[in-house]
Structure formats: C-alpha cells, structure tokens
Design a protein around this ligand. Structure first.
Ligand code: MRU
Length: 352
C-alpha cells in the first residue's frame, strides 16, 4: 500500500487507476490529505470497515472496485472458478458495514455483470468497466440531483447539514452537499451550518473541511447547539443525506439525524433528504434494518484524549431512523418525493 500526501484542487474520493483502487484516507482529514492505493480487495474491505472510505454512495462504489480487484487477484481460468472467487470476495466486502444499502447494491450490480460474461477473461473486463461506469454515474447522478434539489432553496438561505453527505461521501460532488453546490452554481448565495457529528466528527473533520476547501461560507456548531440555532433563527432549511430509505419513507442516516429532524419540526423548518435511487431499499421493512453498533472507544475519547472513566459501558449506534412525518421532501435524481411517501417513492421506481 502506497501513501502519498498531496493537496488536490478537487476531491475524488475513490478512483480506479492502473488496475488499483486509489482513495482519500478520510481518517486523516482534515489535517492531511492522504491518498492510499490498494491492489487487494481485503484492503478495500478493511478501508470500508475502518472508515478510510465512508458515506453510502462511496462505499457502494468502493465495494464494486473491491470486486474488480478480486477478479484480477483470482487465478481462475474458467467462468465458474472466477464466479466462486468473486462470491467469496462479495461476502467479505458485504459484511464490512450493515446499514448503508448502497454497499449491497454495488456488489449485486457487479455480480450480475460477472454472471453475464462467458469466460474468465471477459468477466474481468466487464467487471472493471462496470465498476468504473458506476463511479462516473455517481457523479452524474449527484449533479442531476443537485439541480433538482436546488430549486427548493432561496437566495440568502442558511442551511443546516448533519454528518458528511458531500464529495467525500460519494465519488465526487455529493448528495446533500451536491444540492448546496448546485444552489451556489445557480447564482444563489447561501450559508451553511455544519454540525460536528460526534463521535467520529464527520461534520467537523469532513463537511467543514470540504466546504471551506471549496470556498463556502460555513460555520461549525456542536451537535448540542442544533436547538439553539433553530430557536434563534440562525437556520431556515435543513438538508442531509441517507444510508438507506425504505418504501415507507423512513430514512436511516448518521446518528443524530432524528434529533435534528425533530428540532426542525418543532421550529417549522423544512427538513430535506437528498439521496440517489441506489440508497432506496424497497424490500426491507424499517424495523428490520440493522443499525451498526460501533466500538465504545469512539465515544470515550476525542482523538487520543480520554474523556470518560475507564471501564464505562457505552452505547454507540452509528445511525438512527427518521420517520417520514418529519421529512418535507426526498430529493433524488428522478425528482422530489413528497408525502405520502409510500406513493411518491413507488412512483420514482415506476418511472425508472
Ligand atoms: O458512518 P458514515 O460516515 O459512513 O455515515 C455516513 C452518513 O451517515 C451519510 O450522511 C450518508 O451516508 C449519506 S452520504 C451521501
């Protein structure tokens, strides 16, 4: 694995280069912009597990690139042998993180492509091309979603966002932050308030970094200042991304999203979600979605500094569920779903 530290003018989170996967190591941000290069799908699995790459669309594409690496690593000479090797790799990649449905979506799309090939050599080519196509499509989809969503926002809005649903959570551009980018590109002037998003601080480390890097007027608040900011008129709209949206419009996103949405409702502030269709799970019921529980160490300290007593018991869910009644609209590349969500979400897929 190579590590090269460099500063780039624009952020591409994950990329296929010379039969290797190159990613920004997000655990090092905002202090260092480090690119890591992987040639083994197990390294990609570790990267997803350890949040080197994170954010639902980014891990979907990373999973696909992981399978592309697995196809090159495999010594298989027949279609059947290669499909078996790919299936083993798919399982390892799938088990890295449970909540974002984009991971399963990305892996399934590549497995389907692999099954359509006639020989091991053809499968390798098809799989690599499909994964590259998924990465390019992710950017196009975000741009389309941005244009559609930008119409919901006005000049001089101050928009709150939670976690990181930006270029760093996707291949580039972003979902929620993609909408914010598109608002600016349409000539409207907006300010952003980013929550720090404890415990891993995707808001302060990543959103604040990314928006500042791109010249946005962004202010950082502690998660506990959401109510204060809304009650004191500092915010007039909210936009977040999503890890999984089920057919009833229940949105699974970074822990704390439910609190932000509840506060927004209390203060009559519109709360929007931006997510591509690959984030929708039309099969699973809300109650059956697995919420990832992470290690206590993320809560018992900040960086290397310990902030809790030894041996303390910790509850550290990585995601929560926001019910549809708190959501003003779900922005997708196929349009904006509005309540009642069961009908509007179904329609998004019928038109596809
Ligand atoms: O634990 P993470 O950092 O992978 O969680 C990411 C989020 O919750 C994002 O808000 C979500 O994936 C939307 S990204 C476009």
């Amino acid at each position: 694995m190579d590590e090269i530290t460099k500063i780039h003018a624009s952020l591409r989170t994950v990329e296929w280069k010379e039969n290797k996967v190159v990613m920004i190591d997000q655990t090092k941000l905002p202090n260092q912009l480090v690119f890591v290069t992987y040639d083994d799908f197990n390294q990609v699995a570790d990267a997803i597990r350890n949040l080197v790459v994170r954010g639902a669309p980014a891990i979907g594409v990373s999973g696909a690139f992981g399978l592309a690496l697995a196809s090159l690593q495999s010594k298989a000479e027949t279609k059947e042998q290669l499909l078996q090797d790919l299936e083993k790799a798919r399982k390892i990649l799938f088990e890295t993180r449970p909540t974002a449905v984009n991971l399963a979506w990305g892996l399934e799309r590549i497995m389907k492509t692999a099954n359509s090939g006639n020989s091991a050599e053809q499968i390798r080519n098809l799989v690599i091309n499909e994964a590259k196509k998924m990465a390019d499509q992710d950017i196009e989809i975000n741009k389309t979603m941005g244009k559609i969503g930008s119409k919901l926002f006005d000049n001089n809005d101050t928009i709150m966002t939670h976690c990181n649903a930006g270029a760093l959570a996707t291949v580039a551009y972003g979902t929620a932050l993609g909408v914010i980018r598109a608002i600016k590109e349409s000539g409207k002037n907006v300010k952003v308030i980013a929550t720090e998003t404890r415990p891993v601080q995707q808001g302060s480390r990543l959103t604040a970094f990314e928006l500042k890097h791109d010249g946005f007027d962004v202010s950082l608040i502690p998660d506990t200042a959401v109510g204060y900011s809304m009650a004191n008129g500092l915010v007039n709209k909210v936009i977040v991304g999503a890890d999984r949206i089920v057919k009833t419009g229940h949105v699974f996103n970074k822990i704390g999203t439910y609190q932000v949405a509840t506060m927004a409702k209390q203060h009559g502030i519109p709360f929007y979600v931006a997510a591509p269709l690959s984030t929708f799970d039309m099969k699973t019921n809300a109650k059956d979605v697995i919420i990832e529980m992470r290690k206590g160490i993320e809560v018992t300290g900040i960086g290397d500094k310990k902030t809790a007593p030894d041996g303390i018991s910790v509850i550290n869910p990585a995601f929560d569920m926001t019910p549809p009644e708190l959501i003003s609209g779900i922005i997708t590349e196929k349009g904006i779903a509005k309540p009642p969500y069961e009908e509007s979400i179904k329609k998004l897929f019928e038109d596809t």
